[in-house]
Design a protein around this ligand. Structure first.
Ligand code: TYM
Length: 327
């Protein structure tokens, strides 16, 4: 039996090249090697307020982006989290074995909570719901960007704690990070991770940005005061541009060094911009086709949910038995 893979994205903000290079591109690469489930995690999205109409539209947009990137719905299951109630059900059971202290230590929780006047309980429970997503399908591999590594660590801790309290129940999953692109930084500030929620004009390249905007954002990227590229001593801004180029091109380290050594920053940015535009233009064409067919999208999501629900329900049944709950 093939190892199961589970991963997901929140239907919030605009998906950017960090999401693509850190996660989505990897999903496409491994989809034929494993039994893959790719989720649109709408229950996670509502841990912060979302305008309902916008959220609904974003769910379809993310599904279309998965497909445009090359996820094959014949091979993988693409599904929406709230379409399978077992996610929320297992999350409750896991909440009961998770110490609050583990959750309060989560970096993303601390960052997000600091920006809120009033913090919802859901924001604190966020990583438990994420653990439920993964453990529900007994996934062995979870391909994500580096910012999710701490949540994956917590998922393993929760699985091990449950297993030791109630007997072997869950597969303890491993994290899979891409070799290049696991942490794409903001183009306006390369000390901060590229983020969907950042507001700066030149912060991110969104997957659906028009080519002119992509070029403009990359040409304005923050670098440093050296005259040209020295791969050994380059600062974070230049390293980020090199990582973006390498993740799109698939070039090896030596090839990259030979190609860029001594190159002026203006030329470096131009080449990075062209590399990104060349990849995103056909992607955007596919996206426009897919999003214009809501019937097809709805069928993909319905099929995905129908395929995975029996696996999820089996796990919930097993967990209920283990815990002595009424079945
Ligand atoms: P989300 O929606 O914030 O991000 C989706 C994916 O994109 C990766 N990512 C990045 N990778 C590289 N550089 C960046 N700057 C960058 N920014 C984001 C993220 O690591 C992620 O892989 N909690 C998750 C969603 C989730 C999930 C799950 C993931 C819910 N349940 C179960 C895996 C398994 C999240 O907020 O991703």
């Amino acid at each position: 039996m093939k190892t199961r893979v589970f991963s997901g994205m929140q239907p919030t903000g605009n998906l950017h090249i960090g999401n693509y290079l850190g996660a989505l591109k990897n999903w496409v690469r491994i989809q034929h090697d494993y039994e893959c489930i790719f989720c649109i995690v709408d229950l996670h999205a509502v841990t912060l307020y979302q305008e309902p109409g916008e959220l609904r539209a974003k769910i379809a947009e993310i599904a279309a982006l998965y497909l445009a990137a090359g996820i094959d719905p014949q091979v993988c299951s693409i599904m929406v989290q709230s379409a399978v109630p077992a996610h929320a059900e297992l999350a409750w059971m896991l909440t009961c074995v998770t110490p609050v202290g583990w959750l309060e230590r989560m970096t993303q929780y601390k960052t997000k909570a600091a920006k809120q006047e009033s913090v919802s309980d859901g924001l604190l429970q966020y990583p438990v719901l994420m653990a439920a997503d993964i453990l529900l399908y007994q996934a062995g591999i979870v391909p994500v960007g580096e910012d999710q590594a701490q949540h994956l660590e917590l998922t393993r801790d929760v699985a091990q704690r449950f297993n030791s309290l109630y007997g072997d129940t869950f597969v303890v999953p491993g994290t899979s990070l891409p070799a290049v692109g696991a942490r794409i930084m903001g183009l306006d500030d390369p000390t901060q991770k590229m983020s969907k929620s950042a507001t700066g004009q030149n912060h991110a390249v969104a997957l659906l940005d028009p080519p002119d905007k992509i070029r403009k954002t990359i040409m304005r990227a923050t670098t440093d005061s050296s005259p040209g590229v020295d791969p050994e001593t380059a600062g974070p801004g230049v390293l980020n541009l090199l990582a973006i180029y390498q993740a799109f091109s698939g070039d090896g380290d030596d090839e990259m060094k030979r190609h860029f050594a001594g190159m002026r920053y203006g030329e470096l940015k131009k080449q990075v911009a062209e590399m990104v535009v060349t990849h995103l233009e056909p992607f955007q064409q596919r996206y426009r086709q897919i999003i214009s067919d809501p019937g097809y999208l709805a069928a993909v999501l319905r099929d995905g949910a129908a395929r995975v629900a029996p696996i999820a329900n089996d796990t919930v049944r097993l967990v209920k038995q283990r815990m002595g709950l009424y079945t």
